[in-house]
Design a protein around this ligand. Structure first.
Ligand SMILES: Nc1ncnc2c1ncn2[C@@H]1O[C@H](COP(=O)(O)OP(=O)(O)OP(=O)(O)O)[C@@H](O)[C@H]1O
Ligand SMILES: [Mg+2]
Length: 262
């Protein structure tokens, strides 16, 4: 982008959407894995990303979370331009604090208690007092149905319980948006459904939005406000889940839906 283009870019009013990604492009070793992807999310919406392995879903989440830098593209969050031409701006930090991320693999410390795991980030990043942290931990655990596990050791919890604690840990930072990358892939379907139910509850009760990568089409059909189908680095089809999953228009999505028939 030239200096002049950048100046024009700065003048463009920021988007009204909670989050607005435009022209997100990313290559690894000369291979483009995201090709000018546009994506918007309104406050409190659940968006589900689906698509074959390697189609770019995790890379997009990582870019939103600031873990991978895009080569090009802009991101607006909550009315602020936070990424311009792939570069994170000063405004990014405040936006980043509103975003929590939950992965497939439990990233909790197994030898620490639930309370200790939950306290780490608020203490280190926000410098919160122990009293505030315990109050917030109790509330976050209640939200995910784990109130009785404040003092349990994380290593002793079941897979589903750990993922609920992972959600509670993200809630400790009071996010307005959760990014979830295959967080239930390692769980049995009924346990996965319970964990995903927490996401719906957080949307309904707290207005927390979510961008979620999952192969769970039943969840997508039931809970998503919008589904985006990724194919080789582009969003090939996007829209209302019921329409998208019952009458896919692109041949790729038709094949994908048939393969994961639910
Ligand atoms: N750090 C990296 N270095 C090199 N290549 C990468 C890196 N991260 C991702 N890729 C490549 O980018 C492409 C998109 O990967 P990504 O992880 O976004 O796919 P995905 O849609 O999440 O797939 P899956 O469903 O298997 O998780 C893949 O071909 C992957 O190998
Ligand atoms: Mg992935």
């Amino acid at each position: 982008m030239s200096t002049q283009e950048e100046a024009l870019e700065q003048e463009r009013p920021a988007s009204d959407h909670f989050m607005d990604l435009s022209g997100i492009t990313k290559s690894f070793y000369g291979r483009t894995v995201l090709k000018r992807v546009d994506f918007t999310l309104d406050a409190g919406e659940i968006a589900v990303l689906i698509g074959k392995s390697g189609s770019g879903k995790s890379t997009l989440l990582r870019i939103i979370a600031g873990l991978t830098k895009a080569d090009d593209g802009d991101i607006d969050m909550m009315g602020e331009r936070v990424v311009i031409g792939g570069e994170y701006q000063k405004t990014w930090k405040a936006a980043r604090d509103q975003v929590g991320m939950i992965f497939q693999n439990y990233t909790l410390w197994p030898h620490l208690s639930v309370r200790q795991n939950l306290a780490l980030a608020p203490k280190k990043v926000l410098g919160e007092s122990d009293k505030v942290i315990v109050e917030r931990a109790e509330r976050a655990l209640a939200e995910v149905g784990m109130a009785h596990h404040l003092n349990s050791r994380c290593g002793q919890l079941s897979g589903g319980e750990r993922q609920r604690v992972a959600i509670a840990r993200a809630l400790m930072m009071r996010p307005r948006l959760l990014l979830c990358d295959e967080m239930t892939s390692a769980l049995d379907p009924p346990v996965a459904a319970e964990v995903l139910g927490v996401i719906t509850k957080l949307k309904e009760e707290e207005g927390i939005g979510c961008v979620l990568v999952t192969h769970d089409m039943a969840f997508a059909a039931k809970a998503a406000d919008r589904v985006s189908y990724f194919e080789e680095g582009v969003i090939a089809e996007e829209g209302d889940p019921r329409r998208l999953l019952s009458e896919p228009e692109t041949p790729g999505l038709r094949k994908f839906v048939d393969a994961v028939r639910f």
